[in-house]
Design a protein around this ligand. Sequence first.
Ligand SMILES: Cc1cc2nc3c(=O)[nH]c(=O)nc-3n(C[C@H](O)[C@H](O)[C@H](O)COP(=O)(O)O)c2cc1C
Length: 144
Amino acid sequence: MPKLAIVYLSTQGNTQMMAEAIAEGARERHVEVKVNNFHEWDPAEIEDYDAIAVGSSTFYYTMLDPIAKFIDRIIEVGVDGKIGAAFGSYGWSGEAPVKIAEKLRSAGVEVIDPVLRIQYTPTEKDLFECNRLGKDLAERVKNR
Ligand SMILES: Cc1cc2nc3c(=O)[nH]c(=O)nc-3n(C[C@H](O)[C@H](O)[C@H](O)COP(=O)(O)O)c2cc1C
């Protein structure tokens, strides 16, 4: 079974809700998923995964520093050729997912479009979109 890693940083649980809904969508398409806060992940583990979705809320017009550092560490481990996605909750400007996608792409990750941004707490409809992204990611890893 293909494997998807979902890594997030969420201060109040909004991006976490997105991560869980993405996980559910991918599992519905029979992909093995591990979803966890970035500090629960050992960057070295990422090597075993076919796809990686990274999420962060936007703070001060970018992602928070710990998730930027985490991405740097997984790039060192090696992410070239993996399928990827970027997502996150935001309030008014929402740069973090765009910057995550840029960082992953520069390291050779095939990040699927569009990056998924949700304003504040996801609604049912927003969570449906997250679930959809999980399914899309699953189809992409299965068909490569
Ligand atoms: C101190 C602070 C700074 C923030 N800066 C931004 C910002 O620059 N741009 C933006 O779109 N949202 C900003 N936000 C809003 C958060 O991204 C938003 O509340 C988001 O839903 C938090 O999601 P989380 O629970 O996953 O961390 C900021 C929030 C706080 C508390």
